[in-house]
Write a protein that binds this ligand. Structure first.
Ligand code: SF4
Length: 84
């Protein structure tokens, strides 16, 4: 995939993930609940910001907010060993 297409796909996924965080459904929450513990134990998880006193994190490898990323079905863990 070319760089501009990769950037566009990433932007779309971030929007999809952010929408899924607000408008929750059973499928995306199930997916997030499977992926979240893997990210929580990963050394690539980094502090982002606090929202309502709750720490938010991003993935150091792809720079995506984890709580958005884990809700997008087509997203992949960017680690070489593909943790999920
Ligand atoms: S997406 Fe993969 S590399 Fe990034 S924090 Fe989660 S498990 Fe780690």
């Amino acid at each position: 995939m070319c760089k501009p297409c990769e950037s566009a796909k990433k932007a779309i996924h971030i929007v999809q993930g952010n929408v899924a965080r607000i408008i929750k459904n059973e499928e995306t929450e199930k997916l997030a609940n499977q992926r979240r513990p893997i990210c929580e134990g990963c050394p690539n998880k980094r502090n982002l910001i606090k929202i309502n006193n709750k720490q938010q994190y991003y993935c150091y490898l792809c720079k995506c907010p984890i709580e958005s990323k884990i809700r997008v079905k087509d997203e992949l863990c960017p680690a070489p060993e593909r943790k999920w």
